[in-house]
Design a protein around this ligand. Structure first.
Ligand SMILES: Nc1ncnc2c1ncn2[C@@H]1O[C@H](COP(=O)(O)OP(=O)(O)O)[C@@H](O)[C@H]1O
Ligand SMILES: [Mg+2]
Length: 252
C-alpha cells in the first residue's frame, strides 16, 4: 500500500508581488519517485524548496497554506527547521561539494551534530558512499579533495552527503542537467535503486527522464499544479490539454 509522505494544502507563495505558487495541492508518496516537470519559470524549484523551507532564506517570500510532513506542519510556529532539513535532504543542479576531502564532505553534517562517535561517523560515511554508488571509486582516496572528482562523481558525492543523515526524503533539482549522458544514466539508475530507502522528488526539464524513472509525475504551468498522476498514465493519456501540449512539445 502506498503511504503519504508530504502533502500540501492550498499552498500559495509570493516573491514580493510575484504570485509564484497558486493553490498547490499535491501529495508525495513514500518511497516512490515523483517527477516535477513544466516549462522554465513555472515554479518547480520554488515548490521543491517549500518542502525543506529553503524559500525562508529569501527576504521577500510570503507563504500561505500548509506543508505536511506526515501529519506535521513544517511551517507551524516553533517547527524545528534544522531538523526538517536533516529529514529532507537536497541536491542541486550544479554539483556543489564543500571545499573539503571526499570523506569530510559526507562526515561534516554528522560531525557538527556532535552526537556520533568517530567510528559511527566512519561507518555512516562508508554506507552513504556505497548507497550513492561511489564507494568503489573513492575508497582508496577518501582524503583527497572532492574537487578531484569528475562532475558525475561530485554529484553522487552530494547525494551521499544528503544520505548521510538518513533522510526520509531527498529533493533533487535538475540534478543531471550539468552532466554528460553516461553520468546522467548512472544517477537515474541510482535514484531508482534508492527508492527502497528514501522518498525521491526530482525536478527535471527532461520529459524522457521523468518517463524513465518516475512513478508519479506533476505537471506545473504558471505556478499551478495542472495535473498529477501515475507517470504511465500522465504520459500516455494526459487529462489536461496543457499537459498534452507540453508533452508533445508545443511549448518549452
Ligand atoms: N530568489 C528569487 N527571488 C525572486 N523571484 C524568484 C526567485 N527564484 C525564483 N523566482 C521567480 O519565481 C518564479 C518561479 O521560478 P522557479 O521556481 O525557479 O521556476 P522553475 O524552477 O520552474 O524554472 C519565476 O518567476 C522566478 O523569476
Ligand atoms: Mg528550476
Amino acid at each position: 500500500m502506498v503511504k503519504e509522505q508530504i502533502k500540501t494544502k492550498d499552498l500559495n507563495l509570493w516573491f514580493g508581488s510575484n504570485h509564484v505558487l497558486k493553490d498547490v495541492n499535491i501529495t508525495i508518496y513514500e518511497k516512490k519517485i515523483t517527477a516535477m516537470i513544466g516549462p522554465s519559470g513555472c515554479g518547480k524549484s520554488t515548490l521543491l524548496r517549500c518542502f525543506n523551507r529553503m524559500n525562508d532564506l529569501i527576504d521577500s517570500t510570503k507563504i500561505q497554506g500548509k506543508v505536511l510532513l506526515h501529519d506535521e506542519d513544517i511551517y507551524a510556529q516553533g517547527a524545528n527547521v534544522t531538523q526538517i532539513r536533516t529529514r529532507i535532504g537536497m541536491v542541486f543542479q550544479k554539483p556543489n561539494p564543500f571545499p573539503k576531502s571526499i570523506y569530510n564532505n559526507v562526515a561534516y553534517g554528522l560531525a557538527i551534530q556532535g552526537k556520533h562517535s568517530k567510528s559511527e561517523i566512519s561507518h555512516r560515511v562508508e554506507q552513504s558512499l556505497k548507497d550513492a554508488w561511489l564507494w568503489d571509486e573513492v575508497k582508496d582516496r577518501l582524503h583527497e579533495s572532492a574537487f578531484s572528482l569528475s562532475g558525475g562523481q561530485q554529484q553522487r558525492l552530494c547525494i551521499a552527503r544528503a544520505l548521510a543523515n538518513n533522510p526520509e526524503v531527498i529533493l533533487l533539482d535538475e540534478p543531471t542537467s550539468a552532466l554528460d549522458p553516461q553520468s546522467t544514466a548512472k544517477i537515474e539508475e541510482l535514484c531508482v535503486n534508492l527508492k527502497n530507502q528514501v522518498t525521491i522528488l526530482i525536478v527535471t526539464h527532461n520529459i524522457a527522464q521523468a518517463g524513465r524513472i518516475s512513478d508519479y509525475t506533476a505537471f506545473m504551468y504558471l505556478g499551478e499544479l495542472v495535473e498529477f498522476g501515475a507517470s504511465d498514465e500522465l504520459f500516455t493519456v494526459p487529462k489536461d490539454k496543457r499537459t498534452e501540449a507540453y508533452l508533445t512539445g508545443a511549448f518549452g
